[in-house]
Ligand binder design. Structure first.
Ligand code: SAH
Length: 213
């Protein structure tokens, strides 16, 4: 499937929508203006790819709303070369945004179907993560820690301790916390045992589930 002028035009409109909703980070907006979101969705939904909405993907999961992706990416403040851990690969759209920002990305997914599909698909369109992991994001990825940033793209009932402890000093964890509704929460690691916490309003995500199956 191709990326046409029509798709590019719709993408620019989406970028305008995100600017109007308050997204300011130029590199995040540039990434969203560049990534062919329609390729990340099942064919039946392609007409909706550039609306600012979440949509169903495989395994009863969703591709996050572009505004949410932009909001979380802005909070991460990724610098080129940063090592970033993503929990919830899903369609790989957020992964592509992180890669456009110049991050070295490790991405964990607990649905085998999505892990398989997305780890094949992303390199095909030129997005190369360091590693896709089939596993449980509650544990993080101790072998590759510390991370400059960790992003959780599923609703977490609580903040998993391993994620906090795998942050580099100065590192940032962006995680939506809550059951039915989640509060977007940013933790900044100021020292080994010192974390600053900031909250940014309500969002809705599919749940972050424990164990693999
Ligand atoms: N960033 C993705 C969001 C997908 S939805 C996108 O925009 O496409 C959230 C994803 O988190 C789902 O794919 C779900 O299977 C995954 N997930 C839920 N709990 C998880 C866990 N404990 N570990 C890893 N992934 C998890």
């Amino acid at each position: 499937m191709k990326d046409t002028f029509k798709h590019q035009g719709m993408r620019q409109q989406l970028v305008e929508t995100l600017i109007n909703k308050g997204i300011k980070d130029k590199s995040v907006l540039k990434a969203i203006g560049k990534i062919p979101r329609h390729l990340f969705m099942d064919s039946g939904f392609i007409d909706y790819a550039y609306q600012d909405k979440a949509f169903p993907i495989a395994a009863d999961q969703t591709i996050s709303q572009p505004y949410t992706v932009a909001f979380q990416s802005e909070l991460l403040q990724v610098q080129p070369g940063d090592t970033v851990l993503e929990i919830g690969t899903g369609s790989g759209y957020q992964t592509a945004v992180l890669l456009e920002l110049g991050a070295k990305v490790y991405s964990i997914e607990r649905q085998h179907e999505l892990f398989k599909k997305t780890s094949k698909f992303l390199p095909k369109i030129g997005y190369r993560a360091k590693k896709f992991i089939f596993g449980d994001g509650y544990k993080g990825l101790p072998v590759e820690a510390p991370f400059q940033s960790i992003i959780v793209t599923a609703g977490a009932p609580y903040v998993p301790n391993p994620l906090l402890s795998q942050l580099a000093i100065g590192g940032r964890l962006v995680i939506p916390v809550g059951d039915d509704v989640q509060v977007m929460t940013l933790f900044i690691r100021k020292g080994p045992k010192d974390f600053e916490k900031h909250e940014f309003g309500d969002f809705r995500f599919v749940p972050m589930l424990e164990d693999k199956n």
